[in-house]
Ligand binder design. Structure first.
Ligand SMILES: *Cc1c(COP(=O)(O)O)cnc(C)c1O
Length: 350
């Protein structure tokens, strides 16, 4: 076996998707499965389908391109770039938008490709990321869309807890619903946000007309994102990273010599002096994972830090490890993102 290796448990993902989707359906909400954190690899997209989804979304058009053979409704969930409009029309059915010029460009290209492209208008409800702030502006854009031949208004949406970490609330959802009613269009999608809206949904804080959520993290890890509580019947261990020990030695817990600055120009924090400790170097680094969103499965191991290519851990009480042994980590969101994007990490679907 080669390392580092990421084990991906497809059955666990499928089960999580099934459970979270059921939960949302019971609240009148249809799920768009977000695929960006795993670069829309077809194996995991298939697990989304097996779990019951027929709609997926990704922030990168390159990822949607990879899954063009799947019969799914595909959403581009990052506001499209003017330079990529051709691919936007070719590889996705729906896109989230906030600029009328972009929508006009989409219409032009859709005419060329003889396609109808669906548009979801984004509303900024306080997180200060993408979306209309001014409702007049939004309504004006809507009436412009009505005049375009190959673009259709599909709905409105909002995104929260992403840039300013503003949490979804009953008030914000009521506001979104009100804005949707001003559009004067039947059967529209009202997309109430990402995994951070699940808690509100469970507390009954999402009004009935909100009929869509765009979910990534909660499907993959079985967690809602506001308070990080685990959802019923889901598992958070679908992704296990295996890294190999390349050095294991007793060394001091504090470095010696004059301390300079780290790669960010900051003075590093001085570690606590624990005398001599068992330090272990693994052949994996910041390029492949994120130490703040991963934890060793063996409770006798503590992460000390990482550089681009090395991860350094302390062996607290299990003395059995030796060079060549494998240490396993359960991954969270950002670690998974790095591991999936690293060509150095072998992906093992199980
Ligand atoms: C990433 C993203 C999501 C999914 O977020 P999760 O927290 O993974 O559920 C939804 N909508 C947009 C616009 C996104 O960029």
């Amino acid at each position: 076996m080669n390392y580092p290796r990421l084990d991906i448990k497809l059955d666990t993902i499928k089960n999580n998707v099934f459970e979270v989707n059921k939960l949302c359906n019971n609240h009148g909400i249809k799920v768009t499965g977000i695929t960006k954190v795993f670069c829309a690899t077809p194996e995991i997209v298939q697990a989304y389908i097996d779990g019951g989804l027929d709609r997926v979304g990704d922030a990168r058009i390159e990822n949607l391109k990879k899954i063009s053979k799947f019969k799914l409704e595909k959403w581009l969930i990052r506001v499209p770039s003017l330079s990529q409009i051709k691919d936007v029309v070719s590889y996705c059915d729906v896109s989230l938008n906030s600029e009328v010029d972009t929508i006009i460009a989409i219409n032009k290209e859709a005419i060329i490709q003889n396609k109808i492209h669906k548009v979801i208008l984004m509303v900024d409800l306080g997180d200060l990321r993408e979306g209309f702030i001014n409702i007049e502006d939004l309504l004006e854009t809507k009436s412009k869309i009505t005049k375009l031949s190959n673009v259709k208004l599909y709905g409105i949406g909002t995104n929260l807890s992403c840039f300013s970490f503003i949490m979804p609330s009953r008030e914000k959802m009521d506001n979104l619903k009100k804005i949707a009613s001003q559009l004067n269009q039947e059967n529209i999608i009202i997309s109430g946000g990402n995994s951070s809206s699940i808690n509100l949904m469970l507390d009954g804080g999402i009004p009935q007309s909100i009929n869509n959520l765009r979910l990534g993290e909660s499907l993959l890890f079985g967690k809602e994102r506001c308070t990080y509580t685990y959802l019923k019947n889901t598992k958070s261990n679908a992704f296990i990273l295996n890294a190999e020990i390349v050095e294991i030695k007793d060394k001091p817990s504090i470095p010696w010599g004059t301390v300079g600055v780290d790669s960010y120009g900051k003075k590093p924090k001085k570690p606590v002096n624990q005398g001599i400790i068992k330090r272990c170097i693994l052949a994996i680094g910041k390029l492949d994972c994120d130490i703040e969103t991963m934890h060793p499965i063996d409770k006798g191991i503590k992460i000390l830090g990482a550089s681009s290519d090395y991860l350094i851990v302390q062996i607290l009480y299990n003395k059995e490890y030796k060079v060549g042994d494998i240490i396993q980590f359960e991954l969270g969101y950002f670690s998974l993102m790095r591991a999936m994007n690293s060509d150095y990490v072998i992906k093992n679907y199980i």
